[in-house]
Design a protein around this ligand. Structure first.
Ligand code: CAA
Length: 248
């Protein structure tokens, strides 16, 4: 199997960790960025993966800051070689209705969720094109496809990802560089803890599958899109939402 290096942003998060697991099990060399506030979790997180035989190389990075992304990608590529697979997974929520939303909550979510995908993809895209191979996967959201009360900022970033992804798909297609989004529905991670209990009960009642997604179910789709044989799947989206938002 050809050696492929996969970089996941937000890899220490709920969905990100399972993406690392799944890609590693598929034989990929795995690397992740982490934010400074995650530093204290590194020893336990790394030890957990080591027990499963997974060695993930980490680099500190503020994905909302272009220069920080330049530095982190260089550091990782010096250690591991060129990045072949990029998974833009880092993301935050700062939910509130528009009438209450402060500019700070708008800007923080735009910076971390949307500006990050430019900051990171820019570091690896030209190299992928030059080498004739690349797989770029953006973790978007069901709520970016349908909108959500209290998520004008988050939903704007997630649908923005779609426009970005489709555009660079066109730019990379001739050189076997693909770009696709995955849109998870509600997924059992720490992010759900920000939702008030009463609201959460209402959300669960609306999921036809009767449950949230497991992070591993999102990760399977990422590994599928990252495959060497997935070169003709480009500029599209895969929904993973238990039939909560259906489209064709
Ligand atoms: N539809 C209609 N009305 C709603 C509503 C909804 N979905 N959610 C709340 N409301 C109503 C409330 O019942 C309340 O009504 P009353 O004033 O009559 O009591 C009113 O709206 C509250 O309005 P506020 O302006 O006070 O709202 P707020 O600024 O306090 O925001 C909220 C409330 C933060 C949006 C809260 O409802 C919430 O957390 N909702 C969940 C949002 C959500 O689903 N986030 C997803 C996070 S996970 C994720 O994003 C991952 C992913 O990709 C899927």
């Amino acid at each position: 199997m050809t050696k492929r290096v996969a970089l996941i942003t937000g890899g220490m998060g709920g969905i990100g960790t399972d993406i690392i697991r799944d890609l590693a099990k598929a034989g990929r060399v795995v690397a992740s960025t982490y934010a400074s506030f995650e530093k204290d979790n590194i020893p336990a997180w790394t030890a957990g993966l080591k027990k499963e035989g997974i060695d993930c190389t980490l680099a500190e990075c503020d994905v909302s800051n272009f220069d920080s992304c330049v530095k982190a990608v260089k550091e990782l590529e010096d250690k591991l070689g060129p990045i072949d697979i990029l998974v833009n997974c880092a993301g935050i929520t700062k939910d509130s209705s528009l009438k209450k939303m402060e500019a700070a909550a708008w800007n923080a979510v735009i910076n971390v969720n949307l500006n990050s995908i430019f900051n990171m993809t820019k570091q690896v895209f030209s190299g992928m094109v030059d080498r004739g191979f690349g797989r770029i996967i953006h973790i978007s959201s069901m709520n970016g496809r349908r909108g959500m009360f209290g998520q004008a900022n988050y939903a704007a970033t997630k649908s923005g990802m779609g426009g970005f992804s489709m555009s660079i798909a066109l730019e990379g297609a001739k050189k076997n560089v693909t770009s696709n989004t995955v849109c998870p529905g509600y997924t059992a991670t720490a992010m759900m803890k920000t939702i008030p209990e009463k609201v959460m009960q209402g959300i669960l009642a609306q999921i036809p599958a009767g449950r949230m997604a497991e992070p591993a179910e999102i990760a399977r789709v990422v590994t599928f899109l990252a495959d060497d044989n997935a070169g003709f799947i480009n500029g599209t989206n895969i929904d993973v939402n238990g039939a909560q938002y259906t489209s064709y």
